[in-house]
Design a binder for this molecule. Structure first.
Ligand SMILES: C[S@@+](CC[C@H](N)C(=O)[O-])C[C@H]1O[C@@H](n2cnc3c(N)ncnc32)[C@H](O)[C@@H]1O
Length: 353
């Protein structure tokens, strides 16, 4: 299940620039990730250590309760997340691990006040708020993406789509010409990923205004405004001007069957947007809509890749595209994710006879 991959964090850290909203900007501005905030707060070392000991105890007391409940995080993972929180919130995190006992009254610079740190860790443990929403970002490929409630936390398995798109461009340089589309862009992960790796122009769309704001923020953080354009609207609606001209189309749409939503772990079920998860009765509603649209939106020879729930959905889509949409697509195939799950369906729009 997708939710288990919420529990990873790539070790990589790179410098990206915080986006300063233009003066008087009316547009909704996403929350600044914790690690990008200025170290405007201080606490003395003794109080900070008290918070840290309390937070460690909270994490340890969970044991495997959440694992047994709904395959949620165990203590080991929560303790790891606590270390990441310390890294993001405290300017010199080593003060907490230092063996040399420092002056307990010495001030420590922090990006959140002590009360907020207590509150954030309570949210993590008691409300099962996803760690990525607590700190306001997720590490994905070589990117650090801002995320918040209302936007799906990008998952590691989705990273493979960037490599699939890059392989297609390397095989046929003509795919670099013309725009690509990332439908249901969420945080903008895929659009930013493919435009950086393959140097292509991407139109990223989403129905959710929060996703549009967060994706725009992330695009700006990576200074990609010239290459990635974010548009709001339902699937192909905002793409009328590029109908039949797209060189590539990628999407990780909602694909969880409606009846499975209640069985997801609390981090996902209670906190991630239902609009990003629920794919209707069999989870195929949006995937089928995307297949139908790909037949008219792509230029002949244009590439597509869609993420699915796994083997059953992937096989259904291949059959649908090859049999029901006979003649519309070429080289339709299933690609596995890094865990060996038959996760993606990819191919090309057929060339005219
Ligand atoms: C599974 S999430 C994927 C987000 C992102 N692409 C990623 O991989 O992390 C699906 C996305 O589709 C968006 N979405 C749902 N219905 C939509 C629609 N009718 N039109 C456009 N986007 C939609 C959701 O808001 C959500 O951002």
């Amino acid at each position: 299940m997708k939710s288990c991959s919420l529990f990873t964090r790539a070790p990589l850290r790179c410098m990206i620039r915080p986006v300063i909203p233009p003066a008087g900007a009316a547009r909704r501005t996403p929350r600044l990730p914790l690690y990008q905030r200025p170290p405007a707060f201080e606490a003395n070392l003794s109080d900070l250590k008290k918070w840290h000991d309390w937070a460690k105890n909270q994490a340890s007391s969970i044991g495997s309760t959440f694992v047994e409940l709904d395959n949620g995080p165990d203590s080991t993972l929560l303790l790891r997340e606590l270390n990441w929180l310390v890294e993001d919130a405290i300017e010199q995190p080593s003060v907490l691990s230092s063996q040399i006992s420092g002056d307990v009254n010495s001030p420590v610079s922090m990006r959140a006040c002590l009360d907020e740190l207590y509150s954030l860790w309570k949210q993590r443990i008691e409300e099962r708020r996803p760690f990525q929403y607590v700190v306001g970002c997720e590490h994905w490929r070589d990117l650090i993406l801002s995320v918040e409630e209302g936007v799906l936390i990008p998952r590691p398995e989705t990273e493979t789509i960037v490599d699939m798109a890059d392989a297609a461009v390397k095989e046929n340089a003509d795919l670099k010409n013309g725009a690509w589309a990332d439908l249901g862009t969420g945080s903008g992960a895929l659009a930013i990923g493919i435009s950086r790796v393959s140097a292509i122009r991407v139109i990223a769309t989403d129905l959710s205004p929060v996703a549009v704001a967060v994706a725009s923020y992330n695009v700006q953080s990576y200074n990609l405004q010239d290459r990635v354009e974010v548009r709001q609207g339902s699937w192909f609606d905002p793409l009328k001007d590029v109908e039949g001209k797209l060189s590539g189309l990628i999407s990780n749409p909602p694909y969880i069957p409606s009846d499975d939503i209640n069985g997801l772990q609390a981090e996902v079920r209670k906190h991630e947007p239902i609009l990003a998860l629920d794919g209707g009765m069999k989870g195929l509603k949006d995937l089928i809509h995307l297949c139908n649209g790909a037949a008219t939106m792509l230029k002949p020879g244009g590439f597509f890749a869609f993420e699915t729930n796994g083997e059953i959905q992937s096989k259904f889509l291949v059959n649908y595209m090859v049999m029901e949409m006979k003649g519309s697509f070429d080289r339709v195939n299933i690609v596995c994710d890094m865990a060996g799950v038959q996760r993606f369906v990819a191919g090309y729009r057929a060339q005219p006879e």
